[in-house]
Ligand binder design. Structure first.
Ligand code: ATR
Length: 279
């Protein structure tokens, strides 16, 4: 058997990651296998010790362990430190090294749509949870000068601004209502909340009456692939970026870290779209 890779989380369900990586291993002639492991919360430490004992080559970490896994790793890099979360672990000679490819995966997908230079873009992030942190802190670190955070709970948005969004012009979080009234101010609007996710596909995080044409509307949700919010945006002349872009982006970067090979992202995307279509 070749190298073993995996995913830990809870619940895991049918993971898209395992198919995406296994197809990519095959495509690039790498003898390896990626498996999903559903770990109960009290078993996290034992699971990490087990990963080490079996000599796993690397693994991804998903909800709810992206933060709690850190205490059981040997080392984390600056990026994981900055985001306060780990989604990718590499086994380096028996030492578990944690990093985070979520933010860069998103950045990659975003730059594919709007170009490499994001510094003059005005960005609105809706939500202030784990996914919002990954996106907003990475954009800030990348030199985006204006990032506003709008969230239902102001305290959480304040925390995010304090922890890593230093360029934001307002310095104050926005209520969802205020952000909705000034949507025309933004070049890029990103939904990081689960509003509109299956099965609540008729919900939208925010109405789009004030949206200006040509704005990039981005939803991290990938089930459904085209949320109602993105569909509404398209009708109003927005360019849209679905959540598959970030999912593939984070996976491709993890694959590269593990194998040293930059995978065929288009093929990874096709694998994921096919799986989503089959559900
Ligand atoms: P994740 O790790 O996926 O980001 P999370 O940390 O639970 O998940 O964060 C979810 C985000 O979506 C939060 O910003 C949450 O708002 P609150 O901070 O007020 O809880 C937001 N969210 C979830 N459901 C929402 C809803 N029905 N309306 C508006 N915002 C919602």
């Amino acid at each position: 058997m070749g190298n073993l890779y995996g995913l830990i989380g809870h619940p895991i369900g049918h993971s898209l990651s395992s198919d995406m990586h296994n197809v990519a291993f095959q495509k690039h002639g790498i003898v390896a296998h990626y498996e999903s492991f559903d770990i109960q919360p009290p078993d996290l430490q034992k699971a990490i010790e087990g990963m080490k004992a079996i000599g796993i080559a690397g693994f991804n970490v998903t909800v709810p362990y992206k933060v709690s896994v850190i205490q059981y790793l040997d080392e984390i890099d600056e990026e994981a430190e900055r985001l306060g979360a780990v989604n990718t672990v590499i086994n380096r000679d028996g030492r578990l090294f944690g990093t985070n490819t979520d933010g860069r995966g998103y950045l990659h997908a975003l730059m594919n749509k709007v170009g490499q230079d994001l510094s003059d873009k005005s960005v609105l992030v809706i939500g202030a949870g784990g996914a919002a942190r990954g996106v907003a802190i990475t954009l800030d670190h990348h030199g985006v000068h204006r990032i506003d955070i709008a969230n239902r709970t102001m305290a959480k948005a304040n925390e995010l601004i304090r922890d890593g969004v230093s360029h934001t012009t307002s310095k104050q979080p926005l209520t969802l209502e205020k952000a909705m009234r000034q949507l025309g101010n933004y070049d890029v609007i990103i939904n990081t909340t689960p509003v509109g996710m299956f099965p609540n596909v008729d919900e939208m995080p925010m109405y789009l009456n004030e949206l200006k044409r040509g704005t990039l509307l981005s939803d991290l949700i990938y089930n459904p692939i085209r949320t109602k919010w993105l569909q509404e945006g398209e009708k109003r002349g927005a360019t849209v970026l679905d959540g598959v872009g970030m999912f593939v982006g984070q996976g491709a970067l993890a694959f590269e870290l593990w194998t040293g090979i930059s995978p065929d992202r288009e093929q990874m995307r096709r694998t994921v779209l096919k799986l989503l279509g089959e559900r």
